[in-house]
Design a protein around this ligand. Structure first.
Ligand code: C2E
Ligand code: CA
Ligand code: CA
Ligand code: CA
Length: 278
């Protein structure tokens, strides 16, 4: 038993060393990826649940590594956040997203807004508000064409700072949505305080609808609360017609998910918008 224990221990440390080395290696490669143009953006459509109209697109980051192939954000965003790389990386995403949105608009394509994910480390930097202003100015985009998605935990990390930063950004006309709602330490007080335009209902509450009665109760409560506070709701991860119909009955305002569109490249979004125009 002792020998076995020792082996287990050795195995465990080796495993840990591998993990640390792997992380460091990935961090260095990610730094290079940003310089060498290996990152790109996909866009996932967001639709009005009643009219089906395209109301926006969420910007989702991808990394095309020359040797490993496509790397998903779940693998590299946490490392970017821990290392601080998320700051230059997030600045790049914001700028590219605004430039793409401006390109669509220059082509005469009607898309109300793009939604960009913003991490806590980004929002906590005082010059973040300048980055937003610069991205809008450089692209010539009006503020209302941009939405930033911030999670509950990001808002609560330093609520006073977040509140000041968001007030400046909101004054530019930029919209705010609370991401992954219901999964963190949700507080009703901060909903009132931050007054987001939209609450995004997390996929974990949507995936078992309509069968799971607890999830149904939670989603129904979120929608009613949002409506009472004058906020719209957007359900994430909608994959089936049954989920969509159920959410519509509950009064949800918008949906995003594989049912209506996967994350896709800018041309594919343009084609969809072009069909709507003609
Ligand atoms: P998120 O903000 O919650 O984004 C939604 C995720 O759900 C995306 O995963 C999207 O591809 C996926 N998804 C959308 N519809 C469906 C569906 O119907 N079914 C299922 N099973 N999944 C669906 P993705 O693209 O892998 O991104 C994962 C997370 O990485 C995002 O979660 C976000 O937290 C983060 N992320 C992505 N891009 C950025 C970025 O530019 N900046 C920051 N800070 N975080 C980002
Ligand atoms: Ca998001
Ligand atoms: Ca989300
Ligand atoms: Ca469930």
């Amino acid at each position: 038993a002792k020998a076995h224990g020792r082996n287990t221990f050795r195995f465990y440390t080796r495993e840990m060393n591998t993990q640390v080395a792997d992380r460091l290696q990935l961090e260095n490669r990610l730094r290079r990826a940003l310089e060498q143009d290996e990152l790109f953006l996909l866009f996932q459509p967001q639709h009005d649940i009643n009219s089906q109209a395209l109301i926006g697109c969420e910007v989702l980051l991808r990394w095309q590594d020359p040797t490993e192939g496509l790397i998903m954000p779940s693998r590299f965003i946490p490392i970017a956040e821990d290392s601080g790389l998320i700051v230059p990386l997030g600045r790049w995403v914001l700028r590219e997203a605004c430039l793409q949105m401006a390109r669509w608009r220059a082509q005469g394509l009607q898309l109300p807004k793009i939604a960009v994910n913003v991490s806590a480390r980004q929002l906590a930097r005082l010059d973040f508000t300048d980055e937003v202003r610069d991205a809008l100015q450089e692209s010539g985009l009006p503020g209302h064409c941009l939405e930033i998605e911030v999670t509950e935990s990001t808002l609560m990390e330093d609520a006073d700072l977040a509140s000041r930063q968001l007030a400046i950004i909101k004054a530019m006309g930029v919209r705010l949505s609370v991401d992954d709602f219901g999964t963190g330490y949700s507080s009703l007080a901060y909903l009132k305080r931050f007054a987001p335009d939209t609450i995004k209902i997390d996929r974990s509450f949507v995936s078992d609808l309509p069968g799971d009665s607890e999830d149904a109760a939670i989603v129904s409560a979120i929608i009613h609360l949002a409506r009472a506070l004058g906020m719209s709701t957007l359900a994430e991860g909608v994959e089936t017609m049954e989920q969509c119909d159920f959410l519509r009955q509950l009064g949800c305002s918008g949906i995003q998910g594989y049912l209506l569109g996967k994350p896709q490249d800018a041309n594919s979004i343009a084609r969809q918008l072009g069909e709507l125009v003609s």
